[in-house]
Design a protein around this ligand. Sequence first.
Ligand SMILES: Cc1ncc(COP(=O)(O)O)c(C=O)c1O
Length: 464
Amino acid sequence: MSIWLPDVTGRSGPLYRAIVEALADDVAAGRLPVGTRLPPHRDLAWRLHCTVGTIARAYAEAARRGLVDGQVGRGTYVVEPAAAPRHLHDYVAARAVEADGVVDMAINRPSGDLSSPAVADALRRLADRNDLGALLGYQLDGVLPRHRAALARWAALEGVTVRPEQIICTVGGQQAILVTLAALSRPGDVILAEELTYPGLKVAAGLLDRVVEGVAMDGQGLCPDALDQALRTTRARVVYCLPTNQNPTMVVMPLARRQEIIAVARRHGAVLVEDGIYAFLAESPPPSLWSLAPDCCVYLSSLSKAVAPALRVGFVAAPEALVNRINGNVSASTMMVPPLLGEVAAQMIENGAAEAAMRRQAAEARERMALARILLGEAACPAGPAFNLWLPLPPPWRADAFAAEAYRRGVVLAPAGSFATTRQVPEAVRVSISAPPSHAALRSGLKVVAELLAAGPDGGGLMV
Ligand SMILES: Cc1ncc(COP(=O)(O)O)c(C=O)c1O
């Protein structure tokens, strides 16, 4: 068989990237079937008249993108494309949640129906207004100035001081992530994130053809040395992270660690994209990254966890030089945030109803966590109130088997693979305590988790 030669003609950018793109095209077109061994570095370098280092870089990048797998001394092979979920429900089994009698402990959502009366009130007032027409047209700049001001007020509740002109209103936190990544990076770029992160980051990056790479964490969050090395080796310039109530570990990064992370980002000229969506749950968190270093941060959040996900109101706070670019991405994707929903959210922020909903959710999270402590023990629970637990499983449990067995018993959990950004996927599950509709449902879900932990994978003839 003839040696594979990537067609790099007409491709712009550095040669290593052109090789990866040619490789991706050949895999997609079936010219390089799964299992094909790629030429040794030296051979390909000789044929392409480049250095062995360029080929090594291309193969490493291809491995990062999940196109090939390489082991020193054994060669580099085309691999089965990793199932790249485009849908969040592929990660968290959300569809199963609709089934009768199933306790949803997979999704982090506000508990119960706590916001409904306040939303109903805002809708009634909206219906009675005689200037509704103003909310029924196009908002070509994406948002009404009043809505921006309201969101700046909301951001202050999350510890983020921002001027309304720095706010970009988005369709929830998910669009906030998407439009921010699109503004700060280009196709093929690496986005760094914690080694376990919000699955929606992976979905958004996939849609934009960005490559997410995981950075090691410890009990205080992102590790500064690992971040330093990742920034050096990948040349990434965007780091997405959740310093307060990290999803899924719910770790709160201490102040000193925040300062170290900021120093590393500054040294490399990288932007820290801080997702603060769970920050409202923390009792006295350290200052946000944004308030410590507004020069190298973009902050994003939404009302989804504190008020209601279906309002679809979120925002990005960015240095003014970036605002137009991010706003342009909102226009390109959804034109604007539906002004009717923006108005409901703005009213609720202005009259205090949104803050009250937020406080109710935080109080409810405290109560639910107290129940989890009783049923699963202190060690299984984060220190403060949170929407979920992160449960490393005792061996020989495997995360998928644990989640499958829990599902067989009527409880939906999210296994670690949903959150992993590296190939080292821990045997752990995320247990959402916010989603069950009542304390009784939460108790029965937690009991199933406790029983499985106690029994082990072989206990009672369980499936593994
Ligand atoms: C960390 C994080 N960021 C963003 C989002 C998306 O939020 P929204 O529902 O506002 O799009 C979620 C939702 O689960 C999340 O957990």
